[in-house]
Design a binder for this molecule. Structure first.
Ligand SMILES: C[S@@+](CC[C@H](N)C(=O)[O-])C[C@H]1O[C@@H](n2cnc3c(N)ncnc32)[C@H](O)[C@@H]1O
Length: 492
């Protein structure tokens, strides 16, 4: 006991390089500041603990498969508040190692003690990559899934733990994972286009004012500002809780992962050609929704007694805090039942931050007659895909949230590039007003970071300039009134 931290790897993971992350060097200090610190907040853990779909799935997986836990050694990778470690102990584990990188470990220790499980659950504060355990384990349990499964790249740490600490006969909880995409209709693209237009109108006012009031012409920056705003509003995927009616075609699986055998190189990139058949008559293809599910099946030689699945697919009653990622297409295209959508998807880690993803989509629409639909313009046609997404610590930046919340798991976007080369050309102008009537419940998109940015933007306006301008007529009127009064003194 107590000797588990910072041992084991001869320092190979404690420096600034982490080959497993995809070749790019990882600064652990920066990683901690950007990523781990989020999890040191109880409100963040609470939001995960409040996701009933997630909780029920893990709870059932453990308690309906006690045979995997009874009398066994279990490792909880990224224990957070300790919930999975505690369930493992309650299901009869002999020993549970609960490894947590952040100071949340202290809270986990308190919860373990309060539930009288301190003799079974040992909470270890440290990075999984650095921790040394006194024995190999029979089960690894972990909730490592980020938005659209792979964001956060936390599965790397689970793989590392598995390769070092799982017995050859061991079981992974969860055991399998799948990523899905499906064509969708949504009003989000229209909304984001409006946001972009307003930000450019605002920029124009700003450059006029800067020139008129301060004598400096900033208009040379209009293009880079426009690019920046396009990337922000239009080339970034969005968190959304899609209604199942917004899914307008068959879902396609783009990646399957066997948690027992996958290596980091298997998940560095996801590349898939997929096709989907439109299932709705006369509708708009506004983009794609992406989600994942994980299964608890045990291992082939030691299967689950009862298989459990956790899905984050669009759902009315069982939505999760992961929601779905929406990848917008601009402008939307008219499609109808029976049309075939042939797409290609590519996702890789951002060079700047291995926990963030860059996504490229392309798609071709083939009508039932076999004819190709004239070309669509891609919402993200000119973007160079690089973008940051983190489960950030501040509420403002959209942390991992409970499903009923209006915000999401983090500032969640993936940069998305609908490849212009493979997209069909625009035939449909963007329908700015049609969306609302056409799209069924469009749930909150969770972009409170956008709102925040705007709010911050307001603070940066020249102090009170607009208000002063609005006051000018009033002041003029009052001056006129005073002059008139003084030239027409009241007769006493
Ligand atoms: C999504 S949370 C899950 C928390 C908890 N297991 C639950 O299900 O509520 C992931 C946790 O893993 C921790 N974590 C991520 N990578 C880790 C690593 N390499 N070593 C230790 N902890 C890690 C994070 O700090 C975070 O608390």
């Amino acid at each position: 006991m107590g000797s588990h931290r910072n041992g084991g790897r001869g320092g190979d993971q404690s420096g600034t390089s982490n080959g497993d992350a995809g070749g790019a060097p990882v600064d652990k200090g920066v990683d901690f500041a950007n990523y781990f610190c989020t999890y040191a907040f109880l409100y963040h853990q609470k939001e995960m603990l409040s996701d009933r779909v997630r909780m029920d799935a893990y709870y059932n997986a453990v308690f309906k498969n006690k045979h995997h836990f009874h009398g066994q050694a279990v490792l909880d990778v990224g224990a957070g508040s300790g919930i999975l470690a505690i369930w493992s102990a309650q299901a009869g584990a002999r020993k549970v190692y609960a490894v947590e990188a952040t100071s949340m470990a202290e809270h986990a220790r308190a919860v373990v003690k309060a539930n009288n499980l301190q003799d079974v659950v040992e909470v270890i504060e440290g990075s999984m990559e650095d921790v040394v355990l006194p024995e190999k384990v029979d089960v690894i349990i972990s909730e490592w899934m980020g938005y659209f499964l792979l964001r956060e790249s936390m599965f790397d740490s689970v793989i590392c733990a598995r390769d070092r600490w799982l017995k050859p006969t061991g079981v992974m909880y969860p055991s399998h994972a799948t990523m899905w995409v499906a064509p969708i209709r949504t009003g989000l693209g229209d909304q984001k286009n409006n946001d972009y237009d307003s930000s450019m109108d605002d920029w124009e006012r700003f450059t006029d004012e800067t020139k008129n009031y301060y004598g400096v012409d900033m208009s040379v920056l209009t293009k880079p500002f426009s690019q920046e705003q396009k990337k922000y509003y239009l080339q970034t995927s969005l968190w959304n809780n899609l209604h199942p009616h917004q899914v307008i075609g068959t879902a396609a699986s783009i990646k399957e992962i066997d948690c027992l055998t996958a290596s980091v190189s298997d998940i560095l990139e996801v590349n898939s050609n997929f096709s989907s058949t439109v299932t709705l008559q006369n509708t708009r293809l506004c983009g794609y929704g992406g989600w994942f599910d994980v299964q608890f099946r045990g291992r082939k030689e030691d299967p689950a007694q009862e298989e459990v699945e956790l899905t984050t697919a669009p759902s009315v009653d069982d939505s999760t805090h992961w929601g779905q990622q929406v990848f917008l297409l601009n402008p939307p295209a008219r499609i109808t039942e029976g049309d075939k959508l042939n797409g290609s998807f590519s996702m890789k880690r951002s060079k700047e931050n291995h926990r963030l993803m860059e996504v490229e989509f392309s798609c071709e629409i083939r009508q039932q007659s076999g004819e190709l639909v004239p070309r669509l313009v891609a919402l993200c046609s000119s973007c160079s895909p690089s973008f940051s997404i983190t489960r950030l610590p501040l509420r403002l930046l959209v942390p991992k949230m409970h499903r009923s919340s209006s915000t999401a798991r983090a500032s969640e976007e993936f940069l998305v590039n609908f490849s212009p080369a493979s997209l069909s050309l625009a035939s449909t102008p963007l329908l700015k007003t049609a969306a609302a009537s056409e799209d069924l419940p469009v749930y909150s998109n969770g972009n409170s970071d956008h709102a925040t940015k705007k709010e911050i933007g307001l603070l940066h306006n020249p102090p009170g300039r607009e208000n002063v301008i609005h006051l000018i007529p009033v002041v003029l009127f009052l001056c006129g009134f005073i002059l008139w009064i003084s030239s027409h003194p009241p007769k006493m």
